[in-house]
Design a protein around this ligand. Structure first.
Ligand SMILES: [Zn+2]
Length: 385
């Protein structure tokens, strides 16, 4: 059966390439619902053609989302949720500057690796199960397609969580972790914080002693935040942006900073967040206000997640390649589903490198085997071969 699925996908490599070209050629920055909408339309047509019942979720001014289900879901022993996003971090005219191209077996273009390649592989994995007659009777599938992942999934989080609650497992089609092309069984949680400092302005030459420097206060706070870094524990606190002051001859009254927090476990988040929110001023008279929270909870490495990985690894070996496991410092929509306790496996998408970077690419010859791995993995979860 493995051979039939892989052979089917190998024989459709040209069509997979055409799909990838079509999808990458439609620019889809998260901030432009109309543009992302073209990719959503495309996916809706493809999912319907695969026999799914497609529900489109629309809210004015937001990117549409899709929930595609195959009717077996009600009676299925395995209800697999497949999660993909079709927005990218690239601007609206990026494909004009950097059109889709294939060179030396690598496909290039905005979003090709993160994660339009994974989306194409996912659709073809389902096509392979259907068209080779290998779709197990007990397999129900729900594909959730979103368009705001790269800006934090505020619009689609509730939908993702609702669908996850009725699923037995979640497969996330984010790219495999380079350079070992691994599946991901854990991801860090991510928090964002804003530090606002209020001092008192004064003439830097005339009456410097009357001033309270917000910039000096921010320097103290920056060092306090940096001291929270604990690389061994996987906790990182990055003061990524600082602003302050108006002119060099004025003691600055205002300063601010934007801070990124990453943690491996929920418990660590609960330890560090109060320390950040509780920062106290060092200079007499200065005021420090901190706002923010963890927006994506960590996807912790759990026995259930590792069991899914072990199954995938065994199937990969049967398909002739070695599959590695990785932990990622970045977050995805898999963080939301894992935090609900639904076994989640991530990185099931494209093989390549350079997410969010100009050298972003995907290895074309890996599309068929990775799609075959996904198809066979779904089969295995429903008691199939
Ligand atoms: Zn992504």
């Amino acid at each position: 059966m493995a051979d039939a699925i892989l052979a089917f996908l190998r024989s459709h490599e040209a069509e997979m390439g055409d799909d990838l070209r079509a999808l990458v050629t439609m620019d889809s920055p998260s901030t432009e619902p109309a543009l992302v909408g073209r990719c959503i339309d495309w996916a809706a047509d493809r999912l319907a053609a695969l026999g799914a019942e497609v529900r489109r979720v629309h809210d004015d001014g937001m990117v549409d989302r899709l929930v595609a289900t195959w009717p077996a879901k009600a009676t299925a022993t395995c209800r697999a949720m497949i999660l993909m996003h079709l927005d990218t971090v690239w601007p609206a005219d990026e494909t004009t500057r950097r059109p889709f191209r294939i060179e030396d077996g690598r496909a290039y273009g905005p979003g090709v690796f993160d994660m339009k390649g994974g989306a194409v592989q996912g659709l073809w994995a389902l096509a392979a199960l259907r068209d080779t007659g290998a779709w197990p009777a007990g397999l129900g599938v729900t594909v959730v397609v979103t368009g705001d992942e790269e800006v934090g999934s505020r619009q689609s989080r509730a939908l993702i969580e609702a669908e996850a609650r009725t699923s037995t497992l979640v497969c996330v089609l984010e790219p495999a972790e380079p350079p070992i092309h691994a599946y991901k069984t854990s991801r860090k949680g991510v928090g964002g914080f804003q530090v606002q400092i209020e001092g008192r302005a004064s003439h830097a030459g005339g009456q410097p002693e009357k001033g309270i420097s917000a910039v000096v206060e921010l320097a103290h706070q920056t060092l306090a935040l940096a001291a929270l870094n604990d690389f061994e524990r996987g906790t990182t606190v990055n003061v990524g942006v600082v602003r302050g002051g108006s002119r060099s001859n004025v003691v600055p009254a205002d300063a601010s900073a934007s801070v990124d927090l990453r943690v491996r476990t929920m418990a660590e988040g609960e330890r560090v967040v109060p320390l950040i929110l509780g920062l106290k001023p060092v200079l007499a008279g200065a005021k420090v206000t901190v706002t923010g929270s963890v927006n994506r909870p960590p996807m912790e490495r759990t026995p259930a997640g590792v069991a899914l990985f072990e199954t995938a690894k065994r199937i990969a070996a049967e398909l002739g390649f070695d599959l590695a496991e990785a932990a990622s410092g970045g977050a995805s929509d898999g963080n939301f589903t894992a935090a609900l306790g639904v076994p989640t496996i991530d990185g099931m998408g494209a093989v390549g490198d350079g997410a969010h970077a100009l050298h972003e690419h995907l290895v074309v010859a890996e599309m068929a085997p990775r799609a075959a791995l996904l198809a066979r993995f779904l089969q295995s979860q429903a008691g199939g071969a």
